[in-house]
Design a protein around this ligand. Structure first.
Ligand code: ADP
Length: 591
């Protein structure tokens, strides 16, 4: 893989080098030819001139040495060589060599051509000097006839310096161009890479989960479509992920809150999900077991076999004994969930602890037994009273009136009991929907105390409302009235003549504290943890006497818990009791 910079530089450099090399060759050769032809035509002109001046050597009177010396003198310092040749090709004189020793020159092409009357030139390497010479020869014409040849020769001029100069110019141009190319490539690369880098960073950010990341318009227009498409894609991804997240959260919330145990495993029986109820039933920590194989966590071949059957595509219902992590009887329903290709993707397993179910059954039975027991006494009393009345007590007016009063008390107790049972069962079944409203809890306390005025007078107990005025609470007013009413009932009934009850509500950190304190009989400390249980009574005789049902505090506790609150009690025998209810309140909304 190569960087963009390198690609740009090589792609521009190579063609430029090739073009420049070609250009230099194209220029160099014509220059060379031109220089040479110029040289040759110069020489031919000189040969013509020389021929015109050399007629005198053809009189036949001059010895070769004389001509040689004459020619030498004529040439002087010039880099020329002059030769005189007769029509036979014999050299009559030469400016450089003794003519007498020179061979016949008739065969030399320029000489042969001159003898035919032409002026021409030729180029060849000198046999003696090993240099390239240019020879130009012209005929020497006397009285219209060719009498010989005059030849001029010169060492070919070295053309290399010219060639080198041209090459240097081209090399300089090439260097300059390369610099320009590198600079332009780096510049281009910077712009392109910067745009690409922005995109790359945005892609990396989105990949890392920063789904709100978007690319700004890039500097290079060609990338703007890419950037737009990327932004659109990122938006789509964000929407999809949010959708999927929403679905997952919904599912998680459902699974976290259902009371049934749910376990999801893959087709290879690896645990994928265990909801809190299932973790509770199986007595394991969900995060420790997720990802592990079922058989590793629960060494039960029955469980493994049942889930495996579901993984094979079958719906399974089974009951089995588990020994580890705790001993239990497990009721399992396993269903396969298939993927679009028809293969089982996961199995969904619902789990129930049969023992827990049985305990619920037992509790229900206990409750029925308790209720029957509670009903039995008043019903038996009512029957005894009506029997007595029918058997003749009706005749005695005083007895009849007494019996009817007793009947009235018992039926009131019965209806109170039924009322409390209904309230409690609704609260326990969570059927009661909280109707939250904002109101002054001090006012509510005052109203409740007011409604208990007759009862307080009957028991000769003074009730005092204390606490901060002008507060606000958000709660179900009706249920809170029931709660306060029950606490006041007890505080009045389990009191002494001349005793006091103090009802108050005050702001507490994070909520509101309602307190009902009395100077009554109190309760032994060891009984306190149980007083909120259904039908639990500390002082049975007194409870009966006062028409208590044993359900009042149970109702108080449920109402407090429905509001997300708690109830606590402090008590001292003979000193009195103090019931405190704490209701959490949302902080006041910012204005
Ligand atoms: P009950 O209908 O019998 O009053 P509760 O559930 O209201 O039933 O109370 C349970 C028991 O707790 C009562 O029977 C009583 O013995 C004891 N108790 C409740 N409140 C007080 C109190 N303020 N002082 C003393 N004992 C109380």
């Amino acid at each position: 893989m190569r960087s963009l910079k390198l690609i740009l530089i090589t792609r521009y450099t190579l063609p430029v080098i090739a073009v420049l090399a070609l250009l230099s060759l194209l220029v160099l050769f014509p220059i060379r030819t031109f220089v040479y032809s110029l040289e040759e035509s110069d020489l031919e002109d000189q040969a013509r001139l020389f021929a015109g001046q050399s007629r005198r050597f053809f009189t036949g009177e001059m010895a070769a040495e004389v001509i040689d010396a004459y020619l030498k003198e004529l040439v002087g310092e010039l880099p020329l060589r002059l030769t005189i040749i007769d029509t036979e090709g014999n050299v009559l004189g030469d400016s450089e060599f003794p003519a007498a020793q020179m061979e016949n020159h008739a065969g030399r092409p320029e000489v042969a051509a001159a003898l035919k009357g032409e002026v021409s030139s030729a180029k060849r390497e000198s046999r003696t000097l090993e240099e390239v010479f240019i020879y130009a020869a012209a005929p020497v014409v006397i009285d219209g006839g060719i009498r010989g040849v005059a030849r001029v020769s010169v060492e070919q001029r070295d053309i290399a310096p010219v060639t080198w100069r041209v090459w240097w110019i081209f090399l300089g141009a090439l260097g300059l161009l390369l610099l320009v190319i590198v600079a332009a490539s780096i510049w281009t690369e910077r712009t392109v890479v910067k745009s690409l880098n922005d995109l790359r960073e945005a892609v990396a950010d989105v990949a890392a989960g920063e789904l709100g990341r978007r690319v700004t318009a890039p500097e290079v227009a060609d990338f703007s479509e890419l950037a737009d498409n990327f932004n659109a894609m990122a938006e789509q991804v964000r929407l999809r992920i949010e959708e999927a997240d929403g679905e997952r959260r919904k599912l998680e919330t459902i699974l976290d809150n259902v009371s049934s145990g749910v376990m999801v495993a893959d087709a290879g029986n690896h645990i994928l999900l265990l909801n809190p109820a299932a973790a509770h039933i199986l007595n394991v920590e969900a995060k420790r077991v997720v990802g592990r194989r079922l058989i590793e966590v629960f060494p039960s071949t029955d469980l493994e076999a049942a889930v495996s059957r579901a993984a094979a595509g079958e719906g399974v219902e089974a009951e089995m004994e588990l020994v580890y992590p705790r001993k239990m009887t497990l009721r399992l329903k396993s269903y396969p969930v298939k993927a679009s290709d028809g293969r089982v993707a996961v199995t969904v397993n619902t789990l129930e602890d049969v023992a827990a179910l049985r305990q619920v059954d037992r509790m229900r039975q206990d409750f029925v037994a308790n209720v029957s027991h509670e009903l039995r006494t008043p019903v038996a009393t009512v029957r005894a009273l009506t029997d007595s009345l029918l058997a003749g007590a009706l005749e005695d007016r005083d007895t009849a009136v007494r019996f009817l009063r007793d009947l009235d008390r018992e039926t009131t107790r019965l209806s109170q009991l039924i009322e409390d049972l209904l309230t409690l069962s609704r609260l326990e079944a969570r059927e009661t929907v909280l109707r939250m409203e904002r109101f002054d809890p001090g006012e509510l306390l005052a109203e409740c105390v007011e409604s208990k005025a007759t009862l307080a007078a009957e028991y000769e107990v003074g009730v005092v409302v204390e606490g901060d005025p002008g507060m606000e609470v958000e709660a179900d007013r009706r249920l809170l009235a029931t709660l306060v009413g029950n606490l006041l009932d007890n505080a009045i009934k389990y009191n002494r003549p001349g005793g006091k009850v103090y009802a108050s509500c005050r702001a507490a950190p994070g909520g509101l504290a309602i307190e009902v304190r009395d100077t009554g009989v109190g309760m032994p400390r060891e009984e306190l943890p149980r007083v909120f249980e259904r039908f639990y009574r500390v002082d049975r005789a007194r409870s009966r006497e006062t028409g208590g049902t044993g359900l009042g505090l149970s109702i108080v506790k449920h109402i407090a818990e429905l509001h997300g609150g708690v109830v606590s009690v402090e008590s001292e025998v003979g000193e009195g009791s103090n019931f405190r209810v704490f209701l959490p309140q949302p902080p006041p909304a910012a204005v």
